[in-house]
Design a protein around this ligand. Sequence first.
Ligand SMILES: [Zn+2]
Length: 218
Amino acid sequence: MSELTITKSELQEKDAIYNEVIPAGKGWMYDLKPGQIFRLVDLEGNQAVDTTFFSTEDPRDHYSATMTINSQHNIYLTTGTLLRAESGNPLLKITADTCGRHDTLGGACSPQSNTVRYAHEKIHMHACRDTFMYHMAQYKGNYNYSKRDLAPNINFFMNVPVTPEGDLDFADGISAPGRYVEMTAIVPATVLISNCPQLNNPCNAYNPTPVRVLVWNK
Ligand SMILES: [Zn+2]
């Protein structure tokens, strides 16, 4: 594995304007204002936090893995990464990271991917796509989210190395309890999280765990 860059934050938990725990298997949707800083903490280590972003003002302009990867010429996300929308406009910038690397290729688990990756009887298991849909349906803002707004996502804390043959390897995690990633909103940005309920994948040691979300004003 290539060298990982660790960047700590100066922000103190006591100064946060928002501080909540998302239990394993649950989700979260939140509108960030420009300049607000958002931190995700992997409380017990090696949790996969499926996260996507939307321009709050025009949610059809959603997070794009392709634009994000192309513009930085790197498939892994860490400090300095600009999280870009489909239009190419940056939505947020990763400004601290004590894990060092995050995946944006693996996608979110769905009942369908569970049947392909694991076994047909897994179709009934709770998956990230269900959590995304649930929170989009509950959203109180100025837009009616629907299935067509489900787009590429980031798997924070998830280790998906690309092999020399170009395959994706869902590997054991590289995160640890208390590691975090922090990002600053550049424009009004809506965050949508599914704290992955997956029980079939070694990336979270087959054990989904809670994460903490914090928000600071600049
Ligand atoms: Zn998942």
